[in-house]
Design a protein. Structure first.
Length: 197
């Protein structure tokens, strides 16, 4: 090879090697447009899973509103998570009221209990009597809502169980827009018996 050929090769070879290295690097690295588009999109914040919530009378309405909002957005996971806690809360309060009521009624029948204490227990029994329908209604409506949410999630067995329980415990109503009739219609739909009865 001539001197001129060697000189040309000595100038071209480094440039060729740099271009070769760059093209290999470009093929193994992700495209720049992908990285740019990834940065340009705002990161979607994951929906907070409502797992660590505690329902009480102070926040009950706020959580019921959250369930409605989640349902409107089609977020049946978060709405179900909250509704399960509302249902458990109503069940716990009802169980507590029933247990206390039974003990108060026993105590009122006890002849050795002073009259003043009996009168106090009568007042408390009246208050329990006023509270029980409120929590029974909450329990029933949350049972219906669980059935609805399970149906929306495709969990038909759980949906059926909740809807049957609702129909057994909730007051019957022939009103077309009543929860009882809606539960019946949804249950028949799950069984594939729409319009049968």
């Amino acid at each position: 090879m001539s001197n001129e050929g060697r000189r040309l090769l000595s100038h071209v070879l480094p440039v060729f090697l740099v271009l070769l290295a760059f093209s290999i690097l470009a093929m193994t690295a992700p495209p720049l447009t992908f990285a740019a588009s990834k940065k340009a999109k705002p990161e979607a914040k994951p929906v907070q899973k409502e797992k660590d919530i505690v329902i009480n009378d102070g926040n009950l309405k706020a959580y019921q509103k959250k369930v409605e909002d989640f349902v409107k957005k089609g977020d049946f996971d978060n709405s179900l998570s909250i509704m399960l806690r509302i249902h458990d809360y109503a069940d716990d309060v009802l169980s507590t009221l029933k247990a206390v009521k039974a003990q108060y009624e026993k105590a009122v029948g006890d002849q050795s209990l002073p009259q003043k204490d009996k009168e106090d227990l009568f007042i408390k029994l009246t208050r329990i009597g006023e509270l029980m329908p409120r929590y029974a209604t909450l329990y029933n409506s949350s049972t219906f809502n669980l059935g609805y949410l399970y149906a929306k999630r495709g969990e038909t067995e759980k949906a059926r169980k909740c809807l049957v329980e609702f129909m057994q415990t909730a007051p019957f109503s022939t009103g077309r827009d009543s929860q009882w009739m809606k539960a019946k219609a949804l249950l028949l739909e799950l069984y594939g018996l729409e319009g049968e009865f």
